[in-house]
Design a binder for this molecule. Structure first.
Ligand code: GRF
Length: 198
């Protein structure tokens, strides 16, 4: 019997280029379907991404995340929660409702340059300031500690002499779009496997 695609929600606060890449990857896919995009920012560009892909949206203000996020996700039958630039900590009740099924992408090589306040251009500034010659992306499960969950995948890119946070961010974004949808797909496969031990 053919299984229905697993339902994915994307949580994002900003432009949503990763959300765009994920929606494109899973359009018409047999394993997964993006059923909802949630943002805490009513002005976020990711809402336009959702409109373009015909994906439903929910705006959950910061003050309501703990009270509303789980029910919003459950109402849409969500099985996987994918963070793509969501700038709020995921509350305990959401972690409990989706054990091992919340994934995040971080624009550096964790465990370095992670933790509270390390997001967006802050990360790239810190990498350049530290004189690193290499940076990259980390895709990891989300737990109760910022950027500390199990690492699922990393990819590297050079930091060039003269890089600005913007030029480094552009290189990192290319890596993110290339790998994030694929790593999510691998996770969906793992869940389908009879030997899966999530
Ligand atoms: C990405 O760089 C991601 O690593 C970080 O937030 C950024 C989101 O970018 N968590 P976008 O909105 O997907 O373009």
């Amino acid at each position: 019997m053919k299984k229905a695609p697993q339902s994915i929600a994307i949580l994002a606060s900003g432009t949503g280029t990763n959300a765009d890449a994920i929606c494109s990857h899973f359009a018409g896919h047999s394993l997964g379907k993006v059923v909802l995009i949630v943002t805490n920012n009513p002005e976020a560009g990711v809402l336009n991404v959702a409109r373009r892909h015909g994906v439903q949206t929910a705006v959950v203000p910061n003050a309501d995340i703990a009270a509303q996020l789980v029910s919003t996700l459950q109402e849409h039958g969500v099985e996987w929660v994918i963070l793509a630039g969501f700038l709020r900590k995921i509350p305990e009740n959401v972690l409990e409702a989706f054990p091992n099924r919340i994934i995040n992408i971080h624009p550096a090589l964790l465990p370095d340059f992670g933790g509270k306040g390390m997001y967006g251009s802050h990360v790239h500034e810190a990498v350049i300031q530290a004189g690193k010659t290499e940076s990259g992306i980390t895709i990891h499960r989300v737990n109760a500690h910022y950027d500390k969950g199990e690492i699922l995948f990393q990819a590297r890119c050079p930091v060039m002499a003269g890089d600005t946070p913007q030029s480094l961010a552009a290189r990192i974004h290319t890596l993110e779009h290339q790998h994030y949808p694929q790593v999510i797909e691998e996770q969906l496969h793992t869940y389908l496997s009879p030997h899966a031990t999530l």
